[in-house]
Write a new protein. Structure first.
Length: 564
């Protein structure tokens, strides 16, 4: 089995992570099978076995491999000993021919930390290392380069390599030029890869998936935020599924759920721990903050405090430093872009937490929701409650207060969730939020509450609506968290919902006729949503089995479709 799994690891990038995990976990069994393949007459099997044995040795399994070799006789023992003794920087193969579109002279310099920059020959050697390095199994020499060189110049060098690859039509056989941005990471490269993924989604699914795979391999908070945004917002089913799978795999590798991974990958967008972005024009400085609705507020620091509030940075004056002003405006523009994408996604995540009844323990709530500068204004604009039902809000200083604005003590062993008006009366909070001019990131206090008139009914007949344009229906349903029942041929929309007893049910909202994604842009017929049903294991359930919040939210979705 091990030789077959080694071949999968070498040949099938999509399954390499799972294959390598198995080999690593079952190193002793794998070594026995790989050594047998290594001494066989099958050239491919030998090559895969040698690569995998070296890989296992580099990950701490040298003694296991040497012990397995003892079972195969003295000749094999000696050969394995030589293999294990080979230098970890030995490349074992010459680099392939570089692509015709690679222009080495246009690549920016790579600065050395001590002094100077890499000369032309050393830069060419670096490119050869990158050519022989797969995305998820970096050549050890790259770590030495990263240690010796300036990280910003390496990131710029890698980004230019990738841009040349894009200009050359991004061929898969030269994917190493994309991988360079993973080995030498930088925020500009991460944002560029995400931008390419969204751009390619409309033109080439294979390239878009390749870019998403790179984001997952990069693994930074910023990369995973972009990957999650693509998974949630793209209308292309294959890309949506692959991005979602990559997120699930990353969460699994870290021992987390996808929601828990989302909590831990919230970027600060430069706001810093205090939630304030400081920008300077030289002669003038500014404080930039965001509110719960992701609106930007800019105030100039003046004698005695802060100037009037503005939504944007002012134009530079002649007395300002032109270089500092240009840098400040670029940073400000990056903040606006980040709020428009990742910030909006955080709003959506919190609203989903409200509708799904998601909970946190006290320590996690304070660390991952109250503290992060991007989330803090949103968290302060919402009403929270302990699972036992005591509502509270988060104050400006991070303390807690009740509906009478008295200090509130959150128990250390409490379970926290967002208060939903279908479950808790929130009327007392409306005037308090109005007095403090607190903006909510989404509708909570004024959220409409619905109840089904017949608890024994097994369907929501009002969900049957007149004809709706297919494109508009897809946009509405996916924005509200519904999933397609099939990637390319949609006959119904599905949503997992909560039962009264806390178990999971499924809402099924059929449509007629079906939507064929491949033909949708050429011929997009109007479709008619039908009555919605609630199922458990395919069997219809009465409305009384639904949690009140879940029932209200489903009916709210129905009303939203009627409003459209």
């Amino acid at each position: 089995m091990a030789p077959k799994i080694a071949a999968v690891s070498a040949r099938r990038k999509r399954y390499r992570r799972a294959a390598d995990a198995w080999l690593h976990e079952h190193a002793q069994i794998a070594a026995l099978g790989l050594i047998r393949a290594w001494v066989s007459t099958d050239a491919d099997a030998r090559a895969h076995a040698e690569r995998t044995l070296s890989w296992l040795a580099q990950r701490g399994h040298r003694e296991i491999i040497a012990g397995a070799a003892d079972r195969y006789g003295e000749d094999v023992q000696q050969a394995i000993a030589m293999l294990l003794a080979s230098h970890p920087l030995a490349m074992g193969a010459g680099p392939p021919k570089p692509p015709s579109f690679l222009s080495i002279e246009r690549l920016p310099p790579v600065l050395v930390k001590s002094q100077g920059a890499l000369d032309d020959d050393t830069r060419c050697a670096l490119i050869e290392m990158l050519q022989l390095t797969p995305l998820d199994d970096p050549y050890p020499g790259l770590a030495l380069v990263a240690e010796a060189c300036d990280p910003d110049s390496l990131g710029t060098f890698a980004l230019e390599l990738m841009e040349q690859w894009v200009i050359g039509d991004a061929p898969g056989r030269h994917e190493w030029m994309l991988a360079a941005c993973i080995h030498f990471r930088s925020n500009p490269a991460t944002r560029r890869i995400a931008e390419l993924a969204r751009e390619w989604a409309r033109k080439s699914q294979a390239k878009a998936i390749r870019a998403c795979t790179a984001l997952a391999a990069e693994g930074s908070d910023l990369a995973l935020v972009h990957l999650a945004h693509i998974a949630e917002t793209t209308r292309f089913a294959a890309l949506k599924e692959r991005a979602g799978t990559l997120l699930s795999e990353t969460a699994h590798d870290r021992g987390l759920t996808t929601d828990e991974l989302g909590d831990r990958t919230v970027p600060d967008l430069g706001l810093g721990a205090s939630g304030v972005l400081s920008l300077s024009y030289g002669s003038r400085t500014f404080e930039v903050r965001t509110d719960a609705a992701l609106r930007i507020g800019v105030r100039e620091r003046v004698a005695g405090g802060l100037g009037p509030l503005s939504a944007t940075l002012p134009r530079p004056r002649k007395s300002d430093d032109a270089t500092l002003a240009a840098s400040a405006r670029e940073t400000f523009d990056q903040l606006k872009k980040g709020l428009a994408s990742t910030g909006l996604r955080q709003q959506r995540r919190l609203e989903q937490a409200l509708t799904r009844g998601r909970t946190w323990d006290t320590a996690t709530f304070e660390r991952l929701l109250v503290a992060p500068p991007l989330l803090a204004p949103m968290v302060r604009g919402l009403v929270w409650e302990q699972l036992e039902g005591s509502p509270f809000r988060v104050c400006e200083d991070g303390s807690f207060a009740d509906e009478n604005d008295a200090p509130f003590t959150l128990a250390r062993d409490a379970t926290v969730r967002l208060a939903h008006p279908a479950r808790s009366s929130l009327s007392a909070w409306t005037s308090l939020f109005s007095d403090y001019e607190l903006v909510q990131p989404f509708e909570q206090l004024g959220r409409a509450v619905y109840r089904h008139p017949d608890p024994n009914a097994t369907s929501i007949e009002r969900a049957a609506t007149p004809l709706v344009p297919a494109k508009k229906l897809i946009g509405l349903m996916e924005a509200r968290g519904w999933e397609r029942d099939a990637r390319g041929h949609i006959t119904a929309w599905l949503k997992d919902v909560r039962a009264v007893d806390g178990t999971s049910l499924r809402a099924v909202w059929p449509i007629e006729p079906a939507i064929d994604i491949d033909d949708m842009f050429a011929h997009a017929p109007d479709v008619a949503p039908k009555a919605m049903r609630i199922e458990r294991d395919g069997i219809a359930q009465p409305m009384s089995t639904l949690d009140p919040v879940a029932c209200s939210e489903l009916l709210r979705d129905v009303e939203a479709l009627h409003d459209r």
